[in-house]
Design a protein around this ligand. Structure first.
Ligand code: GLU
Length: 372
């Protein structure tokens, strides 16, 4: 196997059927094998992020498999029990390989609301930077249907977008997308490459899933559609395939690969520009303008000379030169009232002035689009 990586930041989604290896329990040997691959991936310099299912199943297992009602209170109870059990197992396995894990439980609102989006993004990227493996699941213990993402395939696509992943790898109990249902049609062939998710692909998606997890192939195609539109490559492959995670990250053909539809940068720019706060005008001095335009730097509070408007943290704001030229737009880490207090000040003073800090940048370079 070659040692080079094709994708650096990789979101790996593990479905319940993968973690159980087709049984009714979390399958320890399977989980050891998956974490071994994650460890190897880290050693190659990749930045893996796990999105895991299996909490509900683990709770059911712990209670000794009582007859299932499949209603919301039961799911919440099983998830509350099972999530800690699941994390405990992951932490133990990661311990063998000597790296820490961090539990992150999300609901739809954490990903929709721009302020909370920033919080979740910062938390996950903070882990990645410190070489901690984030392990994400939906917060099933408290989530009701209205605030739920609902299935972890979709959750994994939203997380991949959140962290600017290079690859979303959806591990499931099938080798990928087939030309027909392989359970009933013996001529069914694996489709290795999907340049575009079109009508024919949707027609193949069907809706059947396994009885243990939530998603069938349809939710996987939905997730792939979301991610590929956001500029992220997607691979759907069998969790049991030897070295599936390593192979996918190294660019070896495995499962079904769905191509990104736009570049990540284009998609992210569109997203940043999509919701510009109507009343937002941040004027910066000549030094800061040069740093933004010529050196590709982030916007720091020190360069800010004036604020107009009433915007919130997480909104897209407009950045102007003192000559009144709009230079850039970007997601602000601080709301207008905060910027009024820290504008012109050194980043090291932020915490002292506000009593808290969201980091040294007002608009991080990755969250900025130059317009002039
Ligand atoms: N979040 C659920 C769990 O951990 C799984 C949802 C899914 O299978 O898509 O049990």
């Amino acid at each position: 196997m070659t040692q080079s990586l094709r994708y650096r930041r990789v979101v790996v989604k593990l479905g319940t059927s993968v973690l159980t290896a087709g049984t009714d329990r979390l399958h320890r040997p399977r989980m050891v094998e998956l974490i071994r691959q994650i460890a190897a991936l880290r050693d190659l310099g990749a930045q893996p992020i796990l999105v895991t299912s299996g909490a509900v199943l683990a709770g059911w297992e712990q209670l000794g498999f009582p007859p299932r009602k499949r209603n919301l209170p039961e799911k919440q109870l099983f998830a509350a029990i099972g999530q800690s059990r699941l994390m405990h197992l992951y932490a133990q396995l990661a311990d063998i390989y000597g790296f820490p894990v961090a539990q992150t439980l999300l609901t739809r609102d954490d990903l929709r609301d721009r302020r909370r989006y920033l919080n979740a993004r910062n938390a996950l990227l903070g882990c990645v930077e410190r070489r901690v493996l984030p392990i994400v699941n939906e917060n099933d213990a408290v989530a009701v249907d209205e605030i739920k993402v609902g299935d972890n395939d979709t959750l994994s696509a939203l997380v991949a977008n959140l962290v600017d992943a290079d690859l979303l790898l959806i591990c499931t109990d099938r080798p990928g997308l087939f030309s027909a249902d392989p359970r009933v049609d013996t001529t069914a062939q694996l489709i290795p490459d999907v340049p575009l998710i079109d009508e024919t692909i949707w027609a193949l998606a069907g809706d059947a899933g396994s009885h243990r997890g939530t998603g069938g192939m349809r939710t996987k195609i939905q997730a792939a559609d979301l991610a590929t539109r956001a500029g992220i490559e997607v691979i759907i492959a069998a969790g049991e395939a030897p070295n599936v995670i390593l192979q996918a990250a190294q660019g070896t053909a495995i499962g079904t690969r769905l191509h990104a539809r736009a570049t990540r940068l284009e998609a992210r720019k569109r997203w940043i520009l999509a919701e510009t706060a109507r009343q937002s005008r941040v004027v910066i001095d000549a030094g800061a303008a040069r740093a933004l335009r010529e050196q590709g730097r982030s916007l720091l509070p020190a360069g800010i000379v004036r604020i107009d408007g009433a915007f919130d943290r997480g909104q897209t704001i407009r950045i102007f030169s003192e000559q009144g030229i709009e230079l850039a737009r970007g997601l602000t880490q601080y709301r207008a009232a905060d910027l009024g207090l820290i504008g012109g000040k050194h980043s090291a003073q932020i915490e002292e002035i506000l009593g808290y800090t969201y980091g040294p940048e007002v608009v991080h370079r990755d969250d900025m689009v130059m317009v002039n």
